[in-house]
Ligand binder design. Structure first.
Ligand code: SF4
Ligand code: SF4
Length: 301
């Protein structure tokens, strides 16, 4: 059994209790305009090009078996994404690391070995492993195998999810997950469709389902604060009402950061025309709105 991941981050402290290892799974069914990890959207490996590191030696052009790297008249690289199959030959030849292949296949056994390296840290800090992405449930069989291995080893597991997962998959994996870091982005169906590409009805009903299944205390809501999109009064009020009804206890606010450069390096379109982070004043107002309904609010910078 193999999965595709694009990063393993050790010593993480913001994605669940204690010191954690964050595993970034590649592939996501949503297309959020503001996605902070665009390298996690596509499941296939992708090339990132860091122009400022490039020596213009053209070794990559000569190495590519698919003629997918084209140099224009200004000596600028154009990667033909339609031709590139993510083989990584060019990045292995590049002398300055200007090309980076994002995404690699990994077996369950290899990943579990990587996770096990920090068992002592998990034990000492009350930490564990957090699966994030991308959308971890997008690779359900692989995720299940790794979760089961963690359970065998008595390692705490968290899954950071959009909640856009079939009920069948959720039911089959939920008992092996200790903590759900569950996004809510937009409460109105029409806005959710515009800004993420999918309906929110499954997402909201999955939160209800988890609560009704006795998992209320194992859910932390994550709310991305995106200026003019998610931070509107009607959206914040709507989400607050939804959470109050479910009697959830904790929410994390994740302020927007501009990641335009990441999209450019991946050759992906970036739809955001707002580039500033939310103001401290607006974050404080939103924090207070959620505190008013009795939620513990954690604000990340
Ligand atoms: S990853 Fe492979 S196919 Fe893609 S540009 Fe590099 S060498 Fe060519
Ligand atoms: S091999 Fe690397 S440094 Fe040389 S031209 Fe290609 S991207 Fe630039």
């Amino acid at each position: 059994m193999e999965g595709v991941i694009f990063d393993v981050q050790r010593y993480a402290i913001h994605d669940g209790p204690g010191i954690r290892t964050n595993i970034y799974l590649k592939g996501c069914p949503l297309r959020c305009w503001w996605c902070q990890n665009p390298e996690g959207i596509e499941q296939k490996p992708q090339l990132m090009y860091f122009e400022f590191k490039c020596l213009h030696c053209h070794l990559c052009v000569d190495a590519c078996p698919r003629n997918a790297i084209v140099i224009d008249e200004n000596d600028i690289h154009r990667i033909r994404r339609d031709l590139c199959d993510g083989c990584g030959i060019c990045s292995s030849k590049c002398p300055s690391n200007a090309l980076k292949l994002v995404g690699r296949k990994v077996s369950v056994e290899m990943l579990v070995e990587e996770i096990k390296r920090d068992v002592l840290l998990y034990d000492a800090s009350g930490g564990g492993v957090t699966f994030t992405g991308g959308e971890p449930f997008f690779q359900p069989e692989f995720l299940k195998e790794v979760l089961l291995a963690c359970k065998e080893l008595d390692i705490h597991t968290a899954v950071e999810t959009s909640g856009f997962v079939s009920r069948e998959v959720l039911k089959s994996l939920m008992k092996d997950i200790n903590l759900f870091l569950h996004d809510i982005k937009l409460i109105r169906e029409d806005e959710h469709r515009i800004y993420t590409g999918v309906s929110n009805s499954l997402i909201l009903s999955n939160i209800r389902f988890l609560v009704d299944s006795g998992r209320r205390k194992d859910i932390i809501i994550r709310f991305p604060v995106i200026p003019t999109i998610t931070d509107t009064d009607h959206n914040v009020d709507g989400i607050a009402n939804f959470l109050a009804d479910l009697k959830l206890e904790e929410i994390h606010l994740l302020p927007f950061h501009d990641v335009k450069e990441k999209y450019e390096r991946l050759g992906m379109p970036y739809k955001m025309n707002i580039h500033d982070a939310p103001s401290q004043e607006r974050l404080k107002e939103i924090k207070e709105r959620f505190e008013d309904i009795g939620l513990k609010v954690v604000l990340y910078g």
